[in-house]
Design a protein around this ligand. Structure first.
Ligand code: F0G
Length: 447
């Protein structure tokens, strides 16, 4: 059959409140044209993020009831640790309340002042944590990653020639290399096993720790199975295990491929480093057998980490993201190609050539999708990064197991309306904004 159906039935539903175009215009105005300030109640389809927003399974909800809330050594902790150890093979597993807590603890222990951290592309919180702790974050994706139209199967790869240069440069001290899989800021693109292995070997040649930012490890492993020679007959579980075993440690946000609403972990093989990390964990997150999470959260993550490698699920997941991407392309809206794992990124700079970067084309697209159809996504461009933005993008991130094909069909229909009106879409100006992370709270005004 060529129709890929959602591999689940719906047991519990959350109503969506339908709104009119007129209402949405009023909502936009009242929110200062900032989608972060709109109440979820006023959104029809929420593509703001795939982080912590997905639907849990009946097994996970059953696990929530089984959650053991003992302060130390809870049964839920053991189930969590056993699953993470089985999947990743790391000697030390440290639970954290989400991904950025793992990042902060890791980078606090690597003594960053004067050192650099190298990545294919740092996610914003990863970069912010490196910089806050006195380090410098450097991104070296393969050159094609910067071209939205290039069609590489593994556009999330790190540039190995540049990596060797950086590692071999005596003037630079590299604290660690952290490969983001899939590469979120680079369009949700995967890294190949060959690239992960070569990067790990290079790091080991120079004695530099090699880490994975493994938020979307299962989607990355699925792309390896589908696109890399020699992996077609392997299970996603075994591919994921191999990926993790090439690294010295990992950070993880369970809000993505943990299929949970909150949680994460930091993992490492180095005994001394892990001891130091646990000390810091106790200071701000909690005792090492819960790390800021409730027992029920640990339980939901342990189960989610099994469900996420199921191939029926991943087949549907990657196909539905692709389906949205193809729908937008057909509507005449350029996107970062090929479609990634968790999100579609509209190339707003190319779509609205009459809106210069200083007038935030990605934000103009974001407001148009909300106005026309109640769809919320997020600008990733000059509003978010000021003059550091590489591209002017609008991201539609798809929550896991939440929306069906007819929801996506609706989004594509809205996209067709937006495409028809594109010449009339106007840029924006910032009326009021804080000096940092302005996209979260700025008030804007259409020009
Ligand atoms: N690394 C990557 C690649 C991420 O995408 C995120 C979060 C984090 C780390 C931080 O994890 O949110 O649990 O603290 N990404 C979300 C997003 C917020 O919308 O892309 P966290």
């Amino acid at each position: 059959m060529k129709t890929i159906i959602e591999p689940f039935r719906i047991k519990s539903v959350e109503p969506i409140r339908m709104t009119t175009r007129k209402e949405r215009k009023a909502v936009l105005k009242a929110a200062g044209w900032n989608l972060f300030k709109i109440n979820a109640e006023d959104i029809i389809i929420d593509f703001l993020t795939d982080s912590g927003t997905g639907a849990m399974s009946s097994e996970q909800w059953a696990g929530i009831m089984r959650g053991d809330e003992s302060y130390a050594g809870a049964r839920s902790w053991h189930r969590f640790r056993e699953r993470v150890e089985e999947l990743t093979g790391f000697r030390h597993v440290i639970p954290t309340h989400q991904g950025r807590a793992a990042e902060r603890i890791l980078f606090s222990c690597l003594n960053l002042p004067g050192k650099i951290v190298v990545s294919n592309t740092h996610f914003d919180t990863t970069r912010a944590n490196v910089q806050y702790l006195g380090g410098t974050a450097i991104d070296i994706p393969v050159p094609e990653a910067r071209d939205p139209r290039s069609q590489l199967p593994f556009k999330g790869n790190i540039d190995l020639d540049r990596l060797r240069e950086v590692l071999a440069d005596n003037k630079l001290e590299v604290a660690c290399v952290i490969l983001t899989v899939t590469n979120n800021s680079g369009g949700g693109q995967p890294a190949s096993m060959e690239n992960i292995r070569s990067a790990a070997e290079l790091c080991h040649e120079f004695g530099t720790p090699f880490y994975l930012d493994s938020c979307r490890f299962a989607e990355n492993a699925f792309f390896i199975k589908k696109r890399e020679e020699g992996f077609a007959d392997r299970s996603v579980e075994s591919i994921a295990r191999e990926m993790f075993r090439l690294a010295d440690g990992a950070t993880f946000s369970a809000k993505k491929d943990g299929m949970a609403n909150i949680g994460g972990f930091l993992a490492a093989n180095d005994d001394n480093l892990a001891r130091h990390e646990e000390e810091l964990l106790i200071l701000t997150e909690g005792f090492p057998t819960y790390g800021g999470l409730a027992g029920r959260d640990l339980e939901a993550i342990a189960i989610g980490l099994r469900e996420v490698v199921e191939e029926d699920y991943l087949n549907y997941r990657i196909a539905s993201t692709r389906y949205l991407g193809m729908g937008l392309l057909k509507a005449g809206i350029p996107i970062v190609e090929p479609p990634g794992g968790h999100a579609i990124y509209v190339d707003a700079g190319a779509f609205l050539p009459h809106v210069p970067p200083q007038q935030f084309p990605g934000h103009a697209v974001a407001c148009a999708f909300f106005h026309e159809g109640g769809i919320r996504g997020c600008e990733i461009g000059s509003l978010m990064f000021d003059n550091q933005a590489l591209l002017e993008l609008y991201r539609m991130a798809i929550p896991r197991r939440m929306y069906t094909q007819s929801h996506i069909d609706y989004v594509v229909e809205v996209a067709q309306v937006v495409a028809k009106k594109k010449d009339r879409l106007k840029g924006f100006r910032v009326v009021e904004a804080p000096p940092q992370l302005r996209h979260f709270s700025a008030r804007l005004e259409p020009l």
